[in-house]
Design a protein. Structure first.
Length: 266
């Protein structure tokens, strides 16, 4: 039972922190436990509190490590104010720069920072994330999301088509049928002037939504767009946001990730 497992994790992490408190030790290991407890708990207030404690410890120690950067990203993910989100993501990115680490976590830090930026700065951070993915050679759904997000912010239809196609290539390569992929079909359809191209891509989106049994705003927008393609070419077609554009990501510490990899069946 996943719920029981998370509760047990929280219990052990809480006991570990109690020991650190009794022996009056506050170091990077203590911060890592706070971060891990934040990842395990389902209580939003406790999450925010744990990430804040972890980040505060790393900052007080002047620590510039991968785990410190991850703690700042996690704290940003729980911050309500955009100003605070920007501050913590920027702090994480600065740590990654100083330790010269290019990893998927680094790419995600740039991507998430881009999500709260405006206009050209948004695109710049998405492109930085993409360059890191290219450099480290990781191909997964997050890479598809980065391509799609760049497609959403570039101006020309040719550029939009290019990035949406690259995103779809990623999803085809990893053989994933998801709401993100359906959204990209909807959005690439909007870039075509040819009605048949529009129709075919909207229907591909609908087919995925049907397979997944989804019924939400993005599904409604695609049906709306289908209804519009037989009207005047001046009719407004709607671009759907990725479902994950509305979500905030949390990252485990690198130490936790290494442990999980040993237990995961490929």
């Amino acid at each position: 039972n996943i719920s029981d497992s998370l509760e047990q994790q929280c219990d052990y992490y809480t006991k570990a922190l109690a020991v650190y408190s009794r022996i009056e030790i506050e170091n990077e290991d203590t911060a890592m436990v706070h971060n891990s407890l934040g990842n395990a708990t389902e209580d939003p207030e406790q999450q925010a509190s744990c990430y804040e404690k972890a980040a505060a410890i790393y900052q007080s120690l002047g620590a510039e490590t991968e785990n410190a950067a991850i703690a700042y990203c996690n704290l940003a993910s729980t911050a309500e104010a955009a100003e605070k989100q920007r501050e913590y993501y920027a702090r994480a990115i600065e740590v990654y720069r100083r330790i010269e680490l290019e990893s998927e976590d680094t790419a995600l830090a740039y991507y998430n920072y881009g999500m709260i930026c405006e206009d050209e700065e948004k695109k710049e951070n998405f492109v930085r994330a993409l360059k890191i993915y290219d450099s480290i050679g990781i191909v997964n759904s997050n890479l598809g999301l980065v391509y799609s997000s760049i497609g959403n912010v570039v101006e020309s239809l040719d550029e939009k088509q290019y990035y949406y196609r690259k995103a779809l290539e990623v999803y085809e390569k990893i053989r994933v049928e998801s709401e993100d992929k359906a959204v990209i079909y909807n959005n690439i359809a909007n870039t075509y002037k040819d009605i048949d191209e529009q129709y075919n891509n909207y229907m591909k989106a609908i087919d995925i939504y049907d397979k997944l049994g989804l019924e939400n705003e993005n599904v409604a927008l695609t049906y709306y767009n289908l209804g519009n393609i037989s009207k005047s070419k001046d009719c407004l077609l709607y671009t759907s946001p990725s479902p994950r554009d509305r979500q905030k990501s949390r990252m485990p510490s690198s130490a936790c990730k290494k442990k999980k990899k040993k237990k995961t069946k490929k």
